[in-house]
Ligand binder design. Structure first.
Ligand code: NAD
Ligand code: ZN
Length: 354
């Protein structure tokens, strides 16, 4: 059984279809594949698992495919060039559709290739990690990394559809599942206290991969993201709340070297720091900490020198006096963006007060 959520962006609106058994022909994607040709972009881990299962969903179309090398290290312009070369080889025209089959790395690169090829072709997301299902496949941010920084090169390019088969999570490593749960917890913390409470009661089932619990968590997360994106597609304001925990999280990723901590793990510890920086009753911080721990995620950041925290968060001497903006909580489920935080508390949290 599938359920559908619409991302409401006027003529660029699109459905997110969520359910079990959707690959293997359980959902006909051809309505979203304009023209006769499509290129499935995947990687060398996911393609052997799911490419054959996706083909019946694209019946009646000429399907070509490419498997990229797996890993964040390959989220580069060089890898994107492989996709563009393939499209040129296929003599793909503007009616070609790119289908991204994989986690956030594949989705981001394939989406950016779709944004660039012939100034933009259609694309469809088939996310296969929990993180990609609840976050990166929805909202239209696409791009690649530059050696000097993550996601520095990219574009907004919305997909025509997002197809989430929850069965794909059965092969996902535990650590990746937990990393995705960090973003799920984020939605509860920033926009829905009821959902946060539901997560508290159901975290054990989620970690045990109960299909119904996962489908429900994915649905509510996508609704939350879809609402925020519909309100502020290009992050002029409110969309920034989706970065709850991310200022600290990105600093952790930066200081540890990418790959040491998964993004979701860094965000998990980062959310607790952001909650501690908020003027919250301590009971709420404890609830967040307990939920993060129950998801199998770290509740403390790694040891990082306070000067490294400051540099990584853009607060080094060169930008002295600059106020950072943080996503803070007023309560569980109620977030806002503010530069008006307690600087002494930030020093305490990053060890600068010691
Ligand atoms: N565009 C956005 O709005 C947005 C939002 C958040 C994150 N991101 C990006 O997403 C990326 C992280 O995505 P991710 O966490 O999905 O990582 P990922 O794409 O690297 O996937 C994690 C690992 O799981 C493997 N995998 C994927 N699906 C699998 C499955 N079903 N079974 C077994 N293995 C599977 C992948 O091959 C990879 O080794 C980062 O590059 C980040 O910048 C983008
Ligand atoms: Zn994130």
């Amino acid at each position: 059984m599938a359920s559908t959520i619409t991302v409401d962006l006027g003529e660029r609106s699109y459905p997110i279809i969520i359910g079990s058994g959707l690959l293997g022909g359980g959902f006909d994607l051809s309505n979203y594949v304009r023209g006769g040709d499509c290129l499935v972009v995947s990687n060398d881990t996911v393609a052997p698992l799911y490419l054959d299962k996706l083909l019946p969903n694209l019946a009646g179309r000429n399907v070509d495919s490419i498997a990229l090398p797996d890993g964040e290290a390959y989220k580069t312009l060089e890898t994107m060039q492989l996709i563009l070369d393939k499209l040129v080889d296929m003599r793909a025209n503007r009616d070609t559709t790119i289908v991204a089959l994989g986690g956030g790395v594949v989705g981001d690169i394939a989406g950016f290739a779709a944004a660039c090829y012939m100034r933009g072709v259609n694309f469809v997301q088939v996310p296969t990690t929990l993180l990609a299902q609840v976050d990166s496949s929805v909202g239209g941010k696409t791009g690649v990394n530059h050696p000097q920084g993550k996601n520095l090169i990219g574009s907004f390019h919305q997909p025509q559809a997002v197809l989430i088969d929850t069965d794909t999570l059965n092969t996902l490593p535990d650590r990746e599942l937990s990393a995705g749960l960090a973003e799920v917890i984020k939605y509860g913390a920033i926009c829905d206290a009821g959902f946060f409470a539901w997560l508290e009661s159901n975290m054990a089932d989620l970690v045990a991969r109960d299909a119904d619990a996962l489908a429900r968590a994915i649905r509510r997360s996508c609704e939350c993201k879809a609402e925020v994106v519909a309100e502020d597609e290009r992050e002029a304001g409110r969309r920034a709340i989706l970065n709850f925990g991310h200022t600290f999280g990105h600093a952790i990723e930066n200081c540890q070297g990418y790959g040491e901590w998964l993004h979701g793990e860094a965000v998990a510890a980062g959310m607790i720091m952001a909650a501690q920086l908020s003027k919250l009753p301590s009971g709420d911080v404890e609830r967040l900490r307990a939920l993060v721990a129950a998801a199998g995620l770290p509740v403390e950041p790694p040891a990082i020198a306070s000067s490294d925290w400051m540099t990584a968060m853009g607060m080094d001497k060169k930008v002295q006096g600059k106020q950072l903006r943080f996503v803070l909580l007023q309560g569980i489920g109620d977030s806002f963006v503010s530069a008006d935080y307690d600087a002494a508390r930030l020093d305490e949290l990053t060890g600068a007060a010691a």
